[in-house]
Every structure is written in C-alpha cells, then in structure tokens.
Design a protein. Structure first.
Length: 255
C-alpha cells in the first residue's frame, strides 16, 4: 500500500529554566492533503488534544507543541530529540496521527500537545493514555478510548462511543446514539439528542435537556436528571442520591 508521509511546515525551539529544572519546548506544524480521506485515527501518549472540525476544508492541519523536562537544558533537548515524536500520514482512505513519548527514567518528563483541524465529516477513532481531550464541530461518528484527565465534546452530529478511565466528561449539543463506559469522574451532559447508554462507576451524573431514552447504571455518586423527552431506566445506583424530574416517558428504578 502506498504511504504518504507528513508535510513539515515550520518549527521553533525555546529553552526555559526554573529552579533546578530545565524545559525545552519545540513547536512544529504538519499538514496533509485530505483528498479521499474518510477516517481519522489518533494515538496519543500524553498531553492535551484539541480537535476542531472545519466545514469545506480539504486539509488536515496539526500544530504540535513538544515540552521536555530534565535537570539540565542539554538533557531536556536530547529527550525531545530521542524520545518524543509526532507523525501524520495517510494510508488509503485513512489518516493517522501519532504522538509518541518513550521515557525510561523518572527524571525524564514531558508532554506533547496537539491542536488539530480536520474536515468535519471524517470519522474519528481516538486513543489517548493521558491528557485533556476536546472535540468540537464534527458531523461524523466518534470512538474514544481515553485514560485520564477531562473530555469535552461540543457541537457533534454523529454516534459517540466512549470508554474512559478517570476525569470529568462534559457533552453539549450532541446529536446521535451515545454509549459511554466511564470508571470515575463527574459527568455533565446538556442539549443531547439521541438514546444514551451510560455506565458510571464513581461519579456524579448531571443530565439536562435530553431528547431520547436514557439507560443508566451508576456505582457511587449523585444522579440528577432533569428534562428528558423519552424514557429513563435506572438499572442500579448503589450509593448517592437520585433525582429524576420532568420526564415525558416512563421512569424505571431498581426496587
């Protein structure tokens, strides 16, 4: 299969020092022609990711900020050069963005922050070990496998599947079928249109202005559901208060 490599646009490096620590920062920008691309796959180790869908664009643009830390400036720069990398490639109808960090010692620290603009009709498959994630303005299905830190979804028209470890989850103005399995971290959802299946391990759940049926299994944490055009089926809530109001359909709770 033909594989097209990333196109490098620009880079800038910066050294910072604070106390006995030294930080090396490098900024790089990559672009990729999105002609024929239908899917966007991301693998991110550590650092913040912001993805914005852009209507009418035919380009994928990634702004990457590498931040490497060590006890000496020359070591921080060497950590960036040897153990941090980002690649943007395409293979067939799929674009792949990979952010890699391969630290071996405790004195080696750093993150890779990615700001991404893509055509708003590409399906997204996102895997991230650590770091905040924001996805906005997409008209396509999204699958997320996320480790720690927060997730924010805004203005999404497409089915969403999320498996998440810990950290807050906030969803606003989402249209589609939602399947969420979350271990811990508070959940806030508003203005969602679509059936929701939610498993919340240890978390407060706050859902408002929902159109569609809700099926919820809660471990520990308060549950507040207000304003649902559909049915609410609470399968379990072992610990915490439950408040369900303004539901047009049937409310079912465990006995």
């Amino acid at each position: 299969m033909k594989r097209l490599l990333m196109i490098f646009i620009s880079s800038a490096a910066l050294f910072l020092a604070a106390g006995n620590a030294a930080t090396f920062e490098e900024e790089e920008t990559y672009t990729l022609d999105a002609t024929g691309i239908e899917h966007f796959v991301i693998q991110q180790d550590a650092g913040e990711v912001i993805i914005t869908g852009v209507e009418g664009t035919n380009e994928i643009k990634v702004s990457a900020k590498f931040v490497a830390e060590s006890d000496e400036a020359i070591l921080a720069e060497q950590i960036f050069a040897d153990k941090m990398d980002a690649t943007l490639v395409k293979d067939g109808n799929t674009a792949y963005l990979t952010g890699e960090i391969n630290f071996e010692e405790s004195k080696e620290q750093g993150q890779l922050h990615l700001v991404v603009e893509i055509p708003n009709d590409l399906t997204i498959e996102h895997r991230q070990s650590e770091g905040p994630l924001t996805i906005r303005s997409m008209n396509a299905d999204i699958t997320i496998n996320h480790g720690t830190k927060s997730i924010v979804l805004e203005d999404i028209n497409g089915d969403v599947k999320i498996v998440d470890g810990s950290g807050g989850l906030k969803m606003t103005n989402v249209v589609g079928l939602l399947t969420i399995n979350k271990n811990s971290g508070n959940i806030e959802m508003s203005d969602v249109d679509g059936d929701l299946t939610l498993i919340a391990g240890s978390a407060d759940v706050n859902i408002t202005s929902h159109r569609g049926n809700i099926t919820l299994r809660s471990g520990s944490g308060d549950v507040i559901i207000d304003g649902v055009d559909g049915d609410v089926n609470l399968l379990a809530s072992r610990k915490g208060t439950v408040e369900i109001t303004n539901v047009t359909g049937t409310v079912t709770k465990p006995e």
